[in-house]
Ligand binder design. Structure first.
Ligand code: C2E
Ligand code: MG
Ligand code: MG
Ligand code: MG
Length: 290
């Protein structure tokens, strides 16, 4: 009986692995034409300034809707696109689209203080990223200081000189840099210091444990304190509850992003959100007025 169960288990994993491989193959073959077929779009997630409860920035998050595959998560297709190289045209499309939309919003009077765009490690290392960024800024007219590029710690695994040169060229363009998913990757604190980043995003896996998990609290506090000492901004991602928000504000985190404030939205929903007043929590009102 145990043997039969073992057999079933084996077949289950085997089938699952085949499914995953097949799904990656399908994604691979359709990804090549995603840009030209206009299947990509961007969603926009607001960021909140915890000192006053107002919206401050926004992060662009890519979506892919394929006629047969349906919605494919970026967590699934970006890694595939990185191995095939399709991330380069996709990343260029994302940069141009995000800058164009942000410039249009500024022209409409939306007071957005930063627009964050995720940059894949492959794009950063091999993509002439500074040329793509310069071209996206030029053609959109977006002021460089409003553009914030999110890179992950994975870039640190590459040749340090190349990474530092790329960062220097980006800094010369006047754009900002932030480290996404901080604490989950190959962390080197000396790299954080040498890279001229402006902000650190605390990964949502740590935020999830606030305020109940003592380990999560200790890690997030340490990141906030380190960032303070280095004069970097701290953004907490994946903030879902008022308790998490309160803890972060009380412990000196400057900016927060998450479902508590808003999910990633299409452009017109995002405009409505932004137009309809600052996000204010009940406890912030207590703090300010009571
Ligand atoms: P990320 O850049 O760390 O983005 C945060 C992810 O968390 C997003 O998932 C966002 O929708 C989700 N999120 C936001 N608030 C909450 C929350 O309160 N709770 C939870 N559970 N999740 C929340 P998404 O859009 O599926 O993106 C996943 C990842 O895919 C991103 O992580 C990023 O690494 C990558 N990605 C997304 N868009 C792009 C892009 O335009 N270019 C590149 N290169 N990568 C992208
Ligand atoms: Mg990000
Ligand atoms: Mg992140
Ligand atoms: Mg992430």
């Amino acid at each position: 009986k145990a043997k039969a169960a073992g057999g079933r288990t084996y077949r289950f994993y085997d089938a699952k692995m085949n499914d995953e491989a097949a799904s990656r193959m399908r994604i691979r073959s359709h990804l090549a034409r995603a840009v030209e077929k206009n299947e990509l779009s961007l969603l926009w997630q607001a960021q909140v300034d915890l000192s006053n409860g107002s919206f401050c920035g926004v992060e662009a998050l890519v979506r892919w809707t394929h006629p047969e595959l349906g919605q494919v998560s970026p967590a699934t297709f970006i890694p595939v696109a990185e191995t095939t190289g399709h991330i380069l045209p996709i990343g260029t499309w994302i940069l141009h689209t995000a800058c164009r939309q942000a410039a249009a919003w500024l022209a409409q009077g939306l007071q957005i203080s930063s627009i964050s765009v995720n940059i894949s490690m492959v794009q950063f290392i091999r993509g002439n990223v500074e040329l793509q960024v310069a071209e996206a800024l030029r053609s959109s007219g977006l002021p460089p200081s409003l553009l914030k590029l999110e890179i992950t710690e994975s870039v640190f695994m590459h040749d340090k000189d190349t990474v530092l040169e790329t960062v220097d060229r980006l800094v010369k363009l006047g754009v900002k840099l932030s480290i996404d998913d901080f604490g989950t990757g190959y962390s080197s604190l000396s790299c954080v210091q040498r890279l001229k980043v402006d902000a650190i995003k605390v990964d949502q896996s740590f935020v999830r444990g606030l305020p109940g998990n003592a380990g999560s609290c200790a890690i997030v506090k340490a990141v906030i304190d380190m960032a303070k000492a280095m004069e970097l901004a701290v953004v907490a991602e994946g903030v879902e509850t008022q308790e998490q928000c309160d803890w972060l504000r009380q412990n000196g985190c400057g900016i927060a992003q998450g479902y508590l404030f808003s999910k990633p939205l299409g452009a017109s929903d995002f405009e409505n959100l932004w137009a309809h007043a600052a996000w204010r929590s009940a406890s912030q009102n207590r703090l300010q007025y009571g």
